[in-house]
Design a binder for this molecule. Structure first.
Ligand code: ZN
Length: 464
């Protein structure tokens, strides 16, 4: 083992490794404090070639590694639970190319999502992936986990934004598929294997991404609605009114807004009366004020809403978004929270919410439901906060029981038990309850074929 460690350090290069526990410590836990791992060696190579050498050694010596981007994942996929070596891609953070007219760019895996967005913006282009952790999350991590976020409704999730991938296989071979082509119909689309695989089939070292024009106009509104069905009907109406320009459509319950107003500084309720539900809606695209007109007239003539405010300045827009973006954080001071990241067909959201809330309330009387999120693409963050003055530990101890009840209902509606966060370690066994034997068999076959020695993020995504 000492010989292997020495070879790995050598392959990673002079500044490419650390065995200092103080430097390794932040890589062992995630920000929600749910997981704690262990590792004695952190590798931080700065080139694809170095990653290739590292993997060849790992494969030869059966040494397991856990790849890590910005360590913002929510399902433990990036944590070394079994003293594996950590492979951080953070030093591979160059933007290799931006092609404004071709509407694409190439970035290395360790570039933060914010850096990718900024590089695109400098060329007057938009990279539309947007998530709360974009300042520290890396594009390699986003691609490896197929991150979702608030603009999936209009631009798709990460998978839809990737044109090409450079990936290092378990045996060290480099798959250079960094093509920027919009059309490439030459057989199996191998890059898809590495998108959303959480580093279990290969290590993504660089990606070619789709870019879009910067929207000429953006209209943001906070809208009060009576119930989720009204929100769904409203989305359909706004899509028609704006010619399909809706780029975000986020559902929020009153309790979630109250948590934000109570715990997040510099927030205020922009509407005069409380409403049981809210939608944060944004349309983007267009030009010449047509979008605002279209939104305004659709909202003012709508029987589906009870109140609404349209942002009239960038500051107002930021303030409205803050109400939505702070919704996760604002749940923390209220005590323990049991979270689900699920999706169901949009038409079934009202029934799912009703059934899901009823099931959890039956298990835990007084539980405080805070379901919120991306109504426009069917993805609800189905969170439950401990009853007021309830026992945190006793509540959290029932996580699995509550989760199973919720996931069974999701399954009944033909939904997904992980809409955008991935499987990681958290749902690796849970998914076995819902995927067919044939689907699981194909997943395991892929894993065994591409990583026969099980060195790539073992125990994550699929148990073999
Ligand atoms: Zn989300």
């Amino acid at each position: 083992m000492t010989d292997t460690i020495a070879r790995l350090k050598d392959a990673a290069g002079l500044k490419g490794w650390s065995d200092d526990p103080a430097e390794i410590a932040p890589h062992l836990k995630e920000w929600r404090g749910k997981y704690q791992g262990e590792s004695a060696l952190l590798l931080k190579p700065d080139s694809t070639e170095a990653v290739s050498k590292i993997l060849a050694i790992c494969n030869e010596t059966r040494t397991a590694i856990v790849p890590q981007g910005g360590n913002t994942g929510l399902v433990g996929g990036q944590i070394p639970f079994d003293n594996e070596i950590i492979l951080s891609l953070s030093r591979m953070n160059r933007i290799r190319m931006v092609d404004a007219s071709g509407m694409n760019m190439i970035a290395e895996a360790g570039a933060t999502l914010a850096a990718v967005q900024n590089a695109a913006a400098k060329s007057d282009r938009l990279f539309p992936l947007s998530i709360a952790s974009e300042g520290s999350a890396t594009i390699g991590g986003n691609v490896s986990t197929n991150a979702g976020g608030v603009h999936v409704l209009h631009y798709g999730n990460t998978r839809d934004l990737v044109l090409g991938v450079e990936a290092v296989l378990a045996d060290g071979r480099v798959l250079d598929m960094l093509r920027t082509l919009r059309k490439d119909n030459t057989g199996y689309d191998l890059k898809q294997l590495f998108i959303g695989a959480e580093g279990t089939l290969g290590i993504v070292t660089a990606v070619a991404l789709k870019l879009f024009p910067q929207p000429a106009e953006r209209v943001t509104a906070l809208i009060a609605v009576r119930d989720p069905q009204s929100a769904i009907d409203l989305l359909s109406r706004l899509q028609t009114a704006t010619g399909g320009a809706m780029s975000a459509f986020e559902l929020m319950p009153r309790l979630g807004l109250e948590f934000v107003l109570a715990h997040i500084p510099q927030t205020a309720d922009p509407l005069s009366k409380p409403s049981p539900w809210y939608v944060l809606a944004e349309a983007s695209g267009g030009a010449n004020g047509h979008l605002e007109e279209a939104m305004e007239s659709a909202l003012s003539s709508s029987d589906l809403i009870t109140d609404a405010v349209i942002a009239k300045s960038e500051a107002q827009r930021t303030a409205l978004w803050k109400l939505r973006e702070a919704m996760s954080e604002a749940q923390k001071p209220e005590g323990g929270s049991i979270k689900h990241d699920v999706s169901v067909p949009i038409k079934d959201i009202p029934a799912f919410l009703k059934d899901g809330i009823a099931a959890v309330e039956k298990l835990v009387p007084g539980v405080r439901p805070v379901p919120f999120g991306h109504l426009g693409d069917g993805n609800i963050h189905f969170n439950f906060t401990v009853p007021k003055n309830g026992d945190n530990a006793a509540f959290l101890a029932r996580w699995n029981e509550i989760q199973d009840a919720v996931h069974d209902i999701v399954n009944r509606y033909h939904g997904s038990i992980s809409a955008e966060h991935g499987l990681g370690i958290m749902k690796v066994h849970e998914i076995e309850r819902y995927k067919s034997a044939a689907e699981l068999d194909v997943m395991r076959t892929l894993k065994r074929t591409l990583d026969p020695n099980n060195i790539l993020n073992p125990g994550k995504v699929v148990a073999i």
